[in-house]
Design a protein around this ligand. Structure first.
Ligand SMILES: *Cc1c(COP(=O)(O)O)cnc(C)c1O
Length: 238
């Protein structure tokens, strides 16, 4: 299958998932995860119409992004950001999905200010409680008041930063036996988004959730940004 053919198939599945729950497919942004893929693959996907691309390592992005000279392309950072690399993020990316501590948010705001920019961010939340996942701890947020109060406080601090624009929440679903098992995780993130927006009296329009194996379920549960790699580019290069 060609990259263009793969993209067409993904769009068909997006449309089908939207139809199942009565959503407008325009409300879902396909973010192509190009980590490990060469610039030629990115150019092929852009030629097929994709405008949003994501990388998960600052170093790799710093090498690849300057090679893609297309004004139509918007870059998203989706991987864990080490403190000392935060300064490069606003120069390379328009959106960071992986803001997982208040301290990192502060660093990103400072670097965005230094670059004369405002960075769009998503707050990464760990709703499944899986140990290996980063993100703000949010397992049991719906039943333990202290956890929700803590999240409100942390998200409130990030919102107050001058050079960030908080667009919403992001999560990684745990590896599961069957794709249906990811549904409660996505549903919980959507509920948390609504609860935080109400408590903090802010707009949190975006939900970044869903990857190759589970994006249709994520869309059914309200994803507005899906991060899809292998379904577009095939298996990773390394
Ligand atoms: C690699 C990656 C993806 C895409 O994974 P696929 O299974 O290839 O679709 C999505 N989100 C994050 C954070 C990733 O690191």
């Amino acid at each position: 299958m060609s990259i263009a053919g793969n993209i067409a198939r993904v769009y068909e599945k997006i449309a089908a998932a939207c139809a199942r729950v009565g959503r407008d497919p325009q409300t879902v942004t396909l973010v192509a995860v190009s980590k490990t893929q060469p610039p030629e693959a990115i150019l092929a996907a852009a030629a097929a119409g994709l405008q949003h691309f994501a990388e998960n390592r600052v170093e790799e992005a710093g090498e690849k992004i300057p090679q893609i000279h297309l004004p139509s392309v918007h870059w998203h950072m989706i991987g864990h950001i080490q403190s000392r690399k935060a300064k490069f993020v606003p120069q390379l990316f328009e959106v960071a999905h992986s803001v997982d501590t208040v301290k990192l948010a502060g660093k990103l705001s400072e670097s965005a200010a230094a670059a004369g920019k405002r960075l769009d961010v998503l707050v990464e939340v760990n709703v499944s409680g899986e140990q290996s996942k980063s993100g703000f701890q949010a397992q049991n947020w719906a039943i333990e008041n202290a956890i929700f109060a803590q999240l409100c406080q942390e998200v409130g601090q990030i919102i107050a930063l001058p050079n960030l624009r908080v667009r919403g929440l992001m999560t990684m679903a745990p590896m599961t036996e069957t794709v249906e098992d990811t549904r409660p995780v996505f549903a919980s993130l959507a509920e948390l988004q609504a609860a935080l927006a109400a408590a903090l009296k802010i707009m949190l329009p975006d939900l970044s959730m869903g990857m190759t194996d589970d994006y249709p379920v994520a869309i059914e549960e309200g994803a507005t940004l899906i991060r899809v790699g292998r379904a577009i580019f095939g298996e990773r290069q390394r």
